[in-house]
Unconditional design. Structure first.
Length: 298
């Protein structure tokens, strides 16, 4: 039991009204609270502390003495009651096994982990690759079990495969693939009668870019409408321009606009970036360059 006594803590402190006393904290259990209240009838629950407050200048010493004397028995009694409750009303599940304690073994799921961390005394056992929950925590485990079991079922490999197949069959997934393929082409539509300057950092609907060449190839209207709806052709046609992302140094050296771009500039699809846009792009570029440098060193 020695490892479990850490679940009871007593700390001497003053209440908000200046009354001396001690803060007593332990995992909630109805019978444990009853035994605690019987030993400390003046104890009261404090929402601001998230714990019990026991008044008195010697409260911490009295609490620690009670803990050393009673806590192992409290835990043993609570475990016995939990076993009796489980025998009377078992928690039947393929994810739960009753042994010396309750063994919870599920596929990995963040939701399962989050729920079990809220169960008093629950702990992860690396040797058995399972969560161990003492019988004294049966009441809280039972309350959370529907959410745990549902999350565990959702984490089963077959369920994951079904969701992945459904995701791949969705129109949204096809749209994301098409958008990714378009990004890899490193091109951007520009009006043939309002070509951007080459080699300069410019703001566009896809962030800051540097245009390297204008190919002259006419952009299909359906492609422009699907991927670049904000770019207007104007009196002429849209043509493709080869583009790349600017380096951090280029972004630092770029000259910001004095004011926000007007509707004519945004309609053509490119304009001079503001200082706010440049700062954001600099942060992103610096992060990418650090990550790239780390990968090269690894």
């Amino acid at each position: 039991m020695a490892g479990e006594t850490v679940q009871f803590s007593a700390t001497q402190q003053e209440a908000g009204d200046g009354v001396p006393g001690a803060r007593a904290a332990f995992p909630y259990d109805r019978m444990t609270v009853e035994r605690f209240r019987a030993a400390f009838p003046r104890a009261r629950w404090r929402d601001d502390l998230g714990a019990w407050f026991v008044p008195g200048a010697t409260a911490e010493r009295r609490l620690n003495a009670w803990s050393s004397r009673e806590w192992p028995g409290v835990l043993a009694h609570a475990d016995e009651r939990g076993r009796d409750a489980f025998a009377f009303e078992p928690l039947a599940s393929p994810y739960l096994e009753a042994a010396q304690d309750l063994v919870v073994r599920t596929p990995y799921s963040r939701a399962v982990v989050a729920e079990l961390r809220m169960v008093p005394w629950a702990r992860w056992d690396p040797a058995s690759k399972a969560w161990r929950v003492p019988f004294r925590s049966l009441e809280e485990l039972r309350r959370r079990w529907p959410a745990i079991e549902d999350a565990a079922r959702q984490a089963e490999p077959e369920e994951r495969r079904k969701r992945e197949a459904s995701r791949r069959a969705s129109p949204e997934h096809a749209d994301r693939l098409a958008e990714a393929a378009e990004r890899r082409r490193n091109r951007y539509p520009v009006p043939e009668d309002a070509l951007p300057p080459l080699g300069r950092v410019l703001q566009t609907y896809v962030g800051c870019l540097v245009f390297e060449a204008v190919t002259g190839e006419v952009v299909e209207p359906s492609v422009a409408a699907r991927f670049y709806p904000g770019v207007a052709a104007g009196a002429g046609a849209l043509v493709w321009a080869a583009r790349r992302r600017p380096t951090h140094d280029e972004l630092v050296q770029a000259w910001p606009a004095r004011e926000e771009a007007g509707p004519d500039e945004t309609a053509r699809g490119w304009w001079q970036p503001t200082i706010e846009a440049l700062r954001e792009e600099r942060r992103r570029a610096a992060s990418l360059e650090r990550a790239r440098s780390t990968r090269l060193r690894a």
